[in-house]
Design a protein around this ligand. Sequence first.
Ligand code: FAD
Length: 403
Amino acid sequence: MVEQTHAAHTPIARKAPLPAASDLYNIDHLLSEEERMVRDTVRKFVRERVLPIIGTHFEAGTFPRELVSEIAALGLLGMHLEGYGCAGLSAVCYGLVCQELEAGDSGIRSFVSVQGSLAMYPIWAFGSEAQKEHWLPRMARGEAIGCFGLTEPDRGSDAAHMQTSARLDGDAYILNGTKMWITNGSIADVAVVWAQTSEGIRGFLVERGTPGFSTSNIHQKLSLRASVTSELHFSDCRVPAQNMLPNVLGMRGPLSCLNEARYGIAWGVTGAARTCYETALEYAKTRIQFGRPIAGFQLVQNKLVIMATELIKAQLLALQLGRLKDEGLMHPVQISLAKRNNVREALHTAREARSVLGANGITLEYPIIRHMNNLESVFTYEGTDDIHTLIIGQAITGENAFS
Ligand code: FAD
């Protein structure tokens, strides 16, 4: 009986149609109706509103600020938060949104990640009721932009030893120090700034225009050019004590924000990888050399097969991470594993895809080199590839190799 059942099932499985080359493993099938709808809405937005302008912005080194109100109208700012005008989407929906935004450009996904996960999230999780009511609805509507100041010129990976200080003086804290590489810095209405206090590390909401607070943009970037990256300067900057985030102390504050953002990155880069793979595949099918499409050469096929396989693996990692997050079962080490693997493989895919396009691959006429350069930043920010290796290494060996 058992053998007959197997025999009856095998031919049916063999007849199943092969899904499209961009979803060879039918991951679409693993998504709910709502998840597909959210994904498709953002995919359409990216196709119609982002792709026509993003190459020009990347070349000019400008952030497409005109898109902010449209992104807000889609409910994507603070989309994974509940209440205060936020959409309250599931973790998987949040991930799918990141995937589609980054299929357009890592800079657009970075804007949404910083706004939702690094600026709104700490206010939502650790802020006073007054802080939440003041900032979150405006930030969800895109009327106020936020940034997250953790990194400093001399303290990058070793952020716990930050030098920026906040000293209590009557009804205010006096901030001194410099934050560097801050996404959205000079366009932000509010900066979430982490500083050393007599009690330990605390977060502060510093409003644009506060005396003693200034910003300057970082120029000559060849990566994330369609994203604003700034320095934040604090010189005896007096911040009202009620602007301190009251409900968190120590590195748990910034690290829990980073966990949220790293989760989005693990998904986002699968979008960048998909764009690079699809572009290379289409190009290979039409580019003729030695009398035939280059897609017919074994070496080119090998590159495309590796790209397709790594894309599927990365998407499955991201999806399982999302399912765990939605069930409240996600561990930060799992985020590190997905961030590390997916950014690595997306970068590798971008480089291989670039090579498939030959000389055409180095121009902005195609999206690949833009993604390739962007992914160099993604490889480094939100914990470098090395730092995530050390986090996973420590988890599996019990040995700390950081210092
Ligand atoms: P370093 O920490 O100096 O590291 C240099 C090298 O040494 C890396 O390869 C690193 O992996 C390696 N290394 C360091 N320590 C170890 C170790 N223990 N073992 C082995 N190797 C080690 N920061 C913010 O706070 N807010 C933002 O919005 C923000 N946006 C960014 C946007 C962009 C475009 C970029 C590029 C960065 C952004 N960052 C932001 C900063 C980013 O998070 C840091 O660049 C990152 O944490 C690494 O710090 P670092 O650049 O100082 O490198």
